[in-house]
Design a protein around this ligand. Structure first.
Ligand code: ZN
Length: 225
């Protein structure tokens, strides 16, 4: 990866600056994909789609944030006071699930599609808690998490979202429903489907890393439309 300068953006709610790294070129080496469709490519460090503001705590889409400028990632050689201040601003971060639920309750989502992608992000942020700990058994969803999953199920009626439905059923420990959602043809490698079936069969109700050897196609093909 060839790193670029940090992009500085302003929170649309409170105007506080924050920044994220950019890259001049990257690749998918060492990329990881989990069963909840969350992907990380260390050599292509895209910013979060949805950001939790470090100053006011509200959520905003990175695409809606005003671009202020670019700074050196290490704060070297600022041209003026403003550039120095920007270089000291925090790096962007995903919002917590609770912050996302609050934003949805405040009317952040204008369309069904936006509601679906926002609720999926909330689900993934919940799963972050044990994403990198394969030994943890996870924990059952609390009332807010379960409500989010039920809403996401209602939004995921299309056939291409059956993998997502299966995953939600699995997190809700509804393993019979999860297996049922996997019946018929699905746009995923056979080894991935077999892996998820085995998780259902063993009563595993948490997000899991999909081993690269199971991915016969590019990760993008596993993600629902
Ligand atoms: Zn803010």
């Amino acid at each position: 990866m060839i790193p670029g300068r940090d992009q500085v953006i302003a929170c649309p709610h409170c105007q506080a600056p924050s920044r994220f790294e950019t890259f001049a070129s990257g690749n998918t080496i060492h990329g990881r994909l989990w069963t909840d469709f969350y992907r990380v490519f260390p050599m292509m460090p895209f910013p979060p789609d949805l950001i939790g503001c470090h100053a006011c705590g509200k959520c905003f889409w990175v695409k809606d944030a005003k671009a202020l400028g670019f700074v050196d990632p290490y704060g070297r050689h600022p041209q003026n006071d403003q550039e120095w201040m920007w270089s000291q601003s925090p790096r962007v971060r995903w919002p917590s699930p609770k912050a996302i639920y609050a934003a949805i309750a405040d009317g952040m989502c204008k369309t069904k599609e936006e509601a679906g992608s926002t609720r999926l992000i909330a689900l993934q942020r919940r799963n972050d808690e044990w994403r990198d700990d394969e030994t943890s058994a996870g924990r059952p969803p609390d009332a807010d998490d379960a409500r989010n999953m039920e809403e996401l199920l209602a939004l995921s009626h299309e056939s291409e979202n059956r993998l997502l439905k299966c995953e939600i059923f699995r997190y809700l420990a509804r393993f019979v429903d999860a297996l049922d959602a996997l019946s018929g043809d699905l746009p995923a490698p056979a080894a991935v489907l077999e892996f998820i079936r085995s998780l259902c069969a063993s009563g595993d109700a948490r997000v899991r890393l999909i081993a690269p050897t199971k991915l016969e196609r590019k990760p993008a093909n596993v993600v629902p439309a």
